[in-house]
Design a protein around this ligand. Structure first.
Ligand code: DGL
Length: 221
């Protein structure tokens, strides 16, 4: 069985996408809402939370685990060795996708504070323009999404992406899986392509797993 986890809404987006691509696999899903938002946690706290998420998913039989959260993925190389085994962080595939999409190599990253502070994306894209927008995590958790946004929610998004307008960024990484819900809105505002980390994560995992199971989903809370 595949395990998928995040602090909340971003993981649900990745799960939906993975399910769309692979109806045949069994998936255990964990949204650690009790400890959200992850983006405001220290590195030490994140390590403890991520190890615990992995432990919980393994306890219900998950043997390959997708870390459907950029913030949690930033501490992957600091986890104990047993927690790195068969667990898949998403920073590298997302950064690789952005490098292939970008025409001029001017890439922006919008993420949580913890992801920005970690320098994880800058490790792959040294001159990336990085900006944190924790208000979009709150917005996603409130249920807001593309196609269903009020004027004031639109304004919050517009303000959050302002640092990327008027500069020569040609591709924007939605470096927090929660931001997947605003992909269309952000592309509309900036007029540039985005790289949706939740979608990239799901696609990577879909390729990685063989036929296993009957398509059931086990929900952990
Ligand atoms: N979805 C998470 C990410 O991709 C972060 C949300 C949170 O701050 O809990 O970074």
């Amino acid at each position: 069985m595949i395990g998928v986890f995040d602090s909340g809404a971003g993981g649900r987006f990745a799960l939906r996408e993975l399910r769309r691509l692979r109806g045949d696999i069994d998936i255990a899903f964990l949204a650690d809402e009790e400890n959200a938002p992850y983006g405001e946690r220290s590195e030490g706290e994140l390590i403890r939370l991520v190890e615990n998420d992995i432990k919980r998913l393994r306890s219900v039989g998950a043997d390959k685990i997708l870390i459907a959260c950029c913030t949690a993925s930033t501490v992957w190389d600091k986890l104990g060795a047993e927690y790195r085994r068969d667990t898949y962080p998403i920073i590298a595939p997302v950064a690789r996708r952005a490098l292939s999409v970008s025409r001029g190599g001017r890439i922006g990253v919008i993420s949580t504070e913890a992801t920005k502070r970690s320098g994880a994306f800058q490790g792959f894209i040294p001159d990336a323009l990085c900006h944190a927008a924790p208000e979009l995590v709150t917005l996603a958790e409130s249920g807001a999404c593309d196609g269903n946004l009020t004027e004031s929610q639109r304004n919050i998004i517009k303000k959050a992406v302002e640092p990327f307008s008027g500069c020569d960024v040609d591709t924007l990484i939605l470096g927090c899986t929660h931001f997947a819900y605003f992909e269309r809105e952000i592309e509309g505002i900036l007029g540039i392509p985005t790289v949706n980390s939740a979608r990239v994560a799901a696609r990577e995992m879909a390729k990685r797993v063989e036929n296993e199971g009957s398509g059931k989903t086990v929900w952990l809370t």
